[in-house]
Structures are given as C-alpha cells and as structure tokens.
Design a protein around this ligand. Sequence first.
Ligand code: ARG
Length: 576
Amino acid sequence: MQKFYQIMEEKIKNSLSSIGYSDEFVIITSSNRPDLGEFQYNGVMNLAKIYHQNPRDIADKLVSVLEKDSFFKNVNMAGPGFINLSISDEALINFINHNDYSYEAKNKLIFLDYGGANVAKPLHVGHLRSANIGEALKRLCEYLGYKTISDAHLGDWGRPLGLVIYELSLRNPDWKFFDKDYKGEYERVSITPELLKEVYPYASSKAKDDEDYLNGAREMTKRLQQRERGIFALWQIIMEVSKNDIKNAYDRLNTHFDLYKGESDADEYTSELLDYLNKQNVVIESEGAKVIPVSKDTDKLEIPPMLLIKSDGGILYSTTELATLYERIKNYNPDEIWYVVDKRQELHFTQVFRAAQKSKIIDDNHKLEFIGFGTMNGKDGKPFKTRDGGVMELTTLLEDVKGECLKRLNESIKDNRDNIAEDIMLSTIKYADMLPNTETDYNFDLEKFCSLEGKTGPYILYSTIRMKSLLKKAEEQNLKYDSLKVLRGSFVRDLILTLTNFDNVLMSAFNNKSLNDITDYLYKIATTFNRFYTENIILSESDEDLRSSWLYLTSIVYKVNNILLNILAINVPERM
Ligand code: ARG
C-alpha cells in the first residue's frame, strides 16, 4: 500500500506529465507557512530553469490541474512559484480509515553489532547507549521489513580476562588449571558473579601500580590466547557465569541478541585470516610488527596502519575485529553490517573497514556502517561516577532512576508498584538516551528526565496510557467505533496530519540512523493528542458519529504510539 506522501507525490507527478513537464524529483514537504497550506511543492523553480519558462506560468498551469483533484483543497501559488496544498476532509478521512502502517518484507540482511559488554566486568554506563540505540535500530530495521542478525560481540579474549585469571591463580595456587603438566579432568570450581565483580576491579587497580603483577597478567593473557588446556578450561567456566549475568542485564534493558558471540569466536578464524591476507599481499612488516597500511592520499589527517600482529606475536583488538568481519561475511554474508559503538572508537573502525576493503574481504555489495554515539555524562557534564568516585555500574544507575520513579508514582496505585516503576524507569532512560542526536554527548539529569512534563519518557507513557484508558472506558460503556466518519472537533485535523508523517519519520530514522526522529515524533503525537483530548469532551458527546470518529481516531493514534514505543523497546505499564 502506498504511503501518504507517495500518494501526494504521485498526484503531482501525474499532473506534471499531463501538462508536459518532467515528473522526476518530485518532493513534497510539510509546509513552513501553515497559513498558506499544509504541504508545499517547491519544484517549479527548477522546472522553469530546465524549460526556460517563467516559473509562475508553470505553477499556474499546475495549480489548475491540481485544483480539480478532490484529494486537495486550497491549492495556491505563492512568491516566485511555490505551490501550497491542503488536503480535503475526504482524503484525510480515507487516510485514517485505510492507511496501512506495515511494510513489505525486503530481501536484504542487516547484521547489527552492538552491546559490546566485557566478560568478567560488570556492565557500566558506557554500555547503555550501545544497547539502547542498537536494539532500537534493529527493531526499526525489522519493522521496515529487513532481515536482521544481532550480535552482542562480547569482549572475552583480552587483558581483562588475563587479569582475572591471574588473580585467581594467586588466590588458588593449588587449582589444577594452572598446572601445565596436568592431564586429568578439572574439578568444577565455584565462581560466582559476585566473585567476578570483586576480582576484576581489584586486579585492574593492582596492575596499575605493580609492574610484576601487570606482567603476570600479560603472561596469563598470552597463555589464554594460546589456549593452554587448563587456562582455557577455567576461562570457559568464567564465561558461562559471566555470560549469564550479562544476558540478565540486557534482558532488563529489553535488549536481545540472536548471537552472544565474542572476540574469542573470531580468534578461531585468525590463522585462516592471516593466510588469506598474505595471499592478498596487503600485510607488511613494520618495526617487528605486522601491519596493513590503510592511509589514502585524500586523507586530511594521517590514518596510521592497522596493527595486525604485535612484535611479540600477540594479537590486538583490531585483529579480532577483522577476523570477526571475515567470519561474518563467510558465514552470514550480510548486505550491511552496522556497528553501534562509542564514537571514540572511530579510528579503529576506519582502519578495520579500510583493511577489509583493501584485502577484498568485502566487496562493493557490502556496506559497513560505523554508528558512533556520544558519551552520557553526569549532570555536571563530567564523566559519570558513583558518589565515592568509582565507575558507575549500570545496575546502580537503573536502581537510582527506579527509586526516583517510585517516589513520584501516584500513591493511589497500590498493586504492582515495582513492575510499574521498572517500566517507567526504562522509558525514562531510553527516551532520554535517544532524544539527542546519536553522536552528541549529553548530561544525565535525573530530575528533568523523570519529569511528567516536557520531552521525557514518563510524559510519553502518561499520554499513551491516557489513550488506552479512554478506549477502555469506551469499551466499558459499550461505545462502538469502527471508522472515522466525520472530520470535526478541535485538533482533529492536526492529529491526522501528524499521523500522515509516520512513514517519513521512519524513513528518515532508518536512512540517517537517527532515532531522535522517532523520539521527537512521539512527543509531537503526544502533545497533539493531549490538546485534542482536552478540547473535546469525547465520551459524553451525544452526536454518535462524532463520538465514534473521535474514539476511532484515538485507537489509531494509540496503535501508532505502540508501534513507535515498541521500536524503541519501551514497555507501556498498565497504569501510572
Ligand atoms: N567491548 C568493547 C568495549 O567495551 C566494545 C565492542 C564494540 N564492538 C566491536 N565490534 N568492536 O569497548
């Protein structure tokens, strides 16, 4: 089914052809002069240049054709040839009664890499944006009909694991895992998430000012990466415990992955990758290390070569990255891969993407997208810390926000307070996180984000629940509605016009990877609905056609709201 703007554009195209002009590049926008019309077509000036004619003459001809179409009303020309259009009641009624908000399945696979939690380290606030933005982009892709595969790409193969295992070896020297000559079965030692939460920060701070300790950890990382039998077995136990913990944390954020793979999975492809790269002749030696040069003449800033193998034989973050890419193309062959990662990692991805192109791991049919997000800082604009100055764990933040939501939750709500507060907390965090442009840093302001007024999650939820309660009351009173019969009442037209923008908003969010288009749109819908709701006394309206029309319109707005909230992975509580 055609979307509303497509229908309008089609009409302009047909009209242009009928008077002998090219119908290429027709774009309609919503009007910035609502006093003159609801929509605008500004293409006439361009046609005038192509055809060497007076734009006002062309516009005159076009207006007289469009005027005959009952879809439009008040077609007029302004200035040098701008065309203003408004939509007839009949066309808007038809739109509300028949528009289809769904999308056809598309034959394109988009692979999304987000999350990026590190095993044996608790999730911290830095992982929040990747989860929120990545999950929403995935849901948007799916809503638009694309096939997706999502991967958490855990950091499970680097230094942090070396640190943890090294510290465990100091605490439990008798464990067989550390005995290189041991050939038997390993005992099932008990490792809890609590233990890991304590061990990693301890080991990491110790390594900062103890050279021997750091070297011990380095050595351990190497033994792990060489897959020494005992170390690998212990690593597997740690992985199992930690992965579970990470999954629970993501579940709480409504964030779900098809794959919980990690850097370690890519490592299995490292030697195959190295063979391949050597055949492609892209690797050179530099100061004992193996690197892939990736700079281009056109670079304004020098892009250093991608490091593949360190001089001591060790591998790096970029090595596993390229191996992961190699594996993904080989096993899934997606059309696009989207990486939702902190924007400070941009250079790393530039190097890896170029190395992949240069070595023909990817070809022109593959598209790689780096979606770098800005930092969430504390209210004062400084890095987010706990009260005692430590790194803020994600759970601490979620609990703080939830506490504030509980405090503000209406006293009259007695049942289910905890679940409701959880949903409101999630809406608060997610909405605030996707409100700024993705690449912009923002400051976390608890008071502001939890407020029931303004551009906040709670405001959007409150408005959505208002729609739902209205529909529920109608049902209780046995008031039926099945279509929009008349277009009358305050803000009814505004509300419908807002809905006509649905497809544009989703397209823009998809093309620009800009979820703020959706958060802004939700706010626009909520404010317009609230005006409509306040100005019209809906349930007690005695004109049955009018009342059922208002109820039907409400049901459509409610449906659209839910679609959008679901894309953002925000739950709607039953009340608040
Ligand atoms: N684990 C990394 C970190 O915490 C993020 C991983 C991002 N994804 C990737 N493909 N590199 O910084």
